[in-house]
Design a protein around this ligand. Structure first.
Ligand SMILES: Cc1cc2nc3c(=O)[nH]c(=O)nc-3n(C[C@H](O)[C@H](O)[C@H](O)COP(=O)(O)O)c2cc1C
Length: 187
């Protein structure tokens, strides 16, 4: 196995972070790896926002929980509460990928996903734990969306595409076991 394959195999979803903030030189390297991602027609309809401000992260987490509690279906809210009420698992750093709608509609989501994976693989290679976190989007789903876009300096016309949590793992978990039945080889 080479270093790239090892990094891919070692990445896991971290759900318990220490208070330690990843060093700036690593965050810069991760952000650089993010924007090296390919995109359809090289349109790069994205913006990478590295959030090191723990107060903002805490506010976004609270807003996410408020949003879940306001939903008619409360099952997710109660599930999170039963797991300690944490959406962001004490992560000291978050990357928000802001995206702008591309043509054909939805293409920007594919670009966003590829960029997100560059982030988590770069982080893993540097010993930094990560989590793709769809729940980050909840902060932009309710009444405070404009406020958070403003705080995070979203470029005009951009929406939240995806969030990634970064930090050092308090607890290391094994990644999921790949299901070999998901591979078909046609000879
Ligand atoms: C698009 C996407 C969104 C996700 N959102 C969340 C999330 O909000 N909270 C969470 O705890 N895990 C989230 N995950 C992590 C998945 O649950 C995790 O990748 C999956 O269980 C496989 O585990 P592994 O990443 O450790 O291999 C997300 C993963 C992806 C790809």
């Amino acid at each position: 196995m080479n270093d790239t394959l090892r990094t891919i195999a070692e990445r896991f979803s971290c759900r318990s972070f220490t208070d330690q903030q990843p060093e700036d030189k690593y965050l810069h390297a991760i952000a650089e790896a993010a924007i090296q991602a390919p995109s359809g027609m090289n349109r790069q309809c994205w913006h990478v926002i590295v959030v090191k401000n723990r107060n903002i992260i805490a506010e976004m987490e609270q807003e996410g929980m408020n949003f879940l509690s306001s939903m008619e279906d409360q099952s997710m809210y109660h599930r999170i509460l039963s797991r300690g009420g944490k959406l962001f698992y004490n992560a000291s750093c978050m990357i928000v990928i802001a995206i702008k709608q591309a043509y054909p509609k939805g293409a920007e989501l594919i670009d966003c996903g590829i960029l997100a994976q560059n982030i988590v693989l770069a982080a893993t290679s540097l010993g930094i734990a990560s989590l793709h976190c769809g729940f980050v989007g909840l902060a932009f789903a309710g009444e405070r969306a404009a406020e958070f876009k403003n705080k995070l300096k979203f470029p005009e016309g951009y929406e939240c595409g995806m969030g990634i949590l970064l930090g050092y793992a308090k607890e290391t978990m094994p990644p999921h076991i790949p299901n070999q039945e998901k591979i078909t080889i046609i000879e």
